[in-house]
Ligand binder design. Structure first.
Ligand code: CTP
Length: 479
């Protein structure tokens, strides 16, 4: 068998894979396996659901994607009194922009008609295994696969027994047997049927087979004077369960981690109205804070003066000067990861004027500059409370990699994100960034050059790399 070495793949492909695997909370190898598996099974969309929003433009434009609002459900309506609620379920799913295609068992048609199901779903409703007028060559195969999820509501005791045994003597059971999509059952039956040993066995078997279930609930039965567990879950509950299966919450690879980020410029006062500053917009640091928060981290963002809104869900401390920034950083320790994206002013005026400096006949007032504390170097060299992963930025206008390597060594951090900030690049204040990630690995330094990206993409990629590194360092426990 041939083997595939991810390291040797084209850089653009690697970046795409990294973003995508981080978004899906998988390892790179797992992601490749899922992509290949999906391609072979003819369902490229499912694994692309959380493909990176951008990254490798070529790969992106080729990847077939389907928006959330095109999620499709095959709804099998079983024969029970609760079938009338399935009609409401169709509405609830459509309200959520889910496309519904209905299948009715013969018994279901005693309670609701195919006409009402098709009117509500805006789609033809299916009833027969051998239907010469079906547009599908083998309806039971296509109806079980040409969707993202199969929902059975109500799932009767009989339908569940057939599923557990693998019967396929009508359209509904044939679809369920031929399906390669997740299945959600909403059982509904008399409490005695639900508690019967045969139903218990079938339910347990279906759970082992990976079939999801919602309900049944306890309550009054359609039969007079009967109550107990057996009522079908309400349409809203089923719709919520469907949404959860179709649109699972994004993975949170940094859950439980505290990430500290500095961003923006610092303002160093000359007098009460004037200051020394630089052109940093803070966009890159803010984008990293947003990406880390989305990845589940507890984020503290210490920002110099910027014209940006505070990112939602992030603890933001606003500061002016380098010394204030250092004080806030120190007060935020300990953290698991510290990312220093701020463009800290290297110097400040030794004695800032208490009053506005006035023009005098003596000419320009002398401005004595003194060096500011180096926040990154200070934190990198801490004995106690040094964050396990310290990442700096290197803004350079010449000899990018050489200067960044020297900075990595001088500052004592673990990674450096190097970027060319010469005016022609438009990085300062702009929306795009071309970066190189330098990683200290023992005595050696590796350099990974990324294609030009938006600052949001750089942030997502960086957070993905952090998550990947942490997952290698702390492998998940298997029982
Ligand atoms: N940095 C810092 N405190 C400072 C200066 C820089 O924390 N007083 C951090 C920045 O946030 C960045 C890294 O150090 O992560 C490099 O910043 P940069 O401005 O590129 O380098 P300098 O250290 O200022 O060196 P030089 O100006 O000589 O390039």
């Amino acid at each position: 068998m041939a083997s595939l070495t991810i390291r040797k793949l084209d850089e653009t492909v690697k970046t795409y894979l990294r973003l995508r695997s981080a978004g899906n909370g998988r390892s790179l190898e797992e992601e490749v396996r899922v992509i290949l598996g999906d391609l072979i099974q003819g369902r490229p969309e499912s694994s692309a659901a959380r493909a990176p929003s951008v990254a490798a433009p070529d790969a992106q434009s080729r990847a077939p994607r389907r928006a959330h609002d095109e999620a499709r459900v095959t709804l099998i309506i079983g024969g029970g009194v609760a079938a009338y609620k399935a009609l409401d379920l169709i509405r609830r799913l459509k309200e959520r922009s889910i496309h519904v295609r209905c299948v009715l068992t013969r018994a279901a048609q005693q309670f609701v008609t195919p006409l009402s199901a098709s009117a509500l779903s805006n789609e033809r409703a299916y009833t027969d295994l051998f239907d010469p007028s079906s547009e599908f060559d083998a309806g039971h195969i296509r109806l079980g696969r040409d969707c993202d999820l199969i929902v059975v509501a109500p799932a009767t005791a009989d339908l569940m027994a057939k599923m557990a045994q693998g019967h396929a003597d009508d359209l509904a059971s044939a679809i369920l047997l031929a399906a390669n999509r997740p299945i959600l059952l909403a059982p509904a039956m008399n409490p005695l049927m639900w508690n019967n040993a045969a139903t218990r066995r079938n339910t347990a078997q279906l759970a082992r087979d990976g079939v999801a279930m919602i309900g049944p609930n306890a309550g009054e039965m359609a039969e007079a004077h009967e109550a107990g567990v057996g009522r079908m879950a309400e349409p809203l509950e089923i719709a919520a369960a469907v949404e959860k299966l179709l649109r699972p919450p994004p993975p949170r690879p940094l859950a439980g981690k505290h990430v500290l980020i500095t961003a923006g410029p610092t303002h160093e006062p000359i007098d009460p109205v004037r200051y020394i500053a630089n052109r940093s917009s803070g966009k890159q640091g803010f984008a990293i804070a947003t990406a880390a928060q989305a990845a589940g981290a507890d984020v503290t963002l210490i920002s110099g003066p910027v014209d940006l809104d505070d990112p939602a869900g992030v603890r933001v401390r606003h500061v002016e000067s380098a010394r204030e920034m250092l004080a806030q950083v120190e007060a935020s320790l300990p953290v698991d990861i510290a990312i220093f994206a701020a463009a800290v002013a290297d110097w400040r005026v030794a004695q800032a004027g208490e009053q506005k400096l006035k023009k005098t006949s003596a000419g320009m007032p002398p401005l004595q500059l003194v060096e500011n504390p180096d926040i990154l170097a200070t934190i990198s060299k801490l004995r106690e409370k040094r964050p396990p992963l310290v990442i700096g930025f290197a803004a350079e206008t010449e000899h990018l990699i050489a200067n960044a390597k020297a900075k990595l060594a001088r500052k004592g951090c673990d990674w450096i994100v190097a970027n060319d900030v010469s005016p022609a690049t438009g990085v300062m204040g702009g929306d795009r960034n071309t970066v190189h990630l330098l990683i200290r690995d023992g005595g050696a330094i590796s350099v990974d050059s990324w294609p030009v990206m938006t600052k949001e993409q750089v942030a997502t990629e960086l957070v993905g790399r952090i998550a990947e590194t942490l997952s290698v360092k702390t492998p998940e426990k298997t029982s």
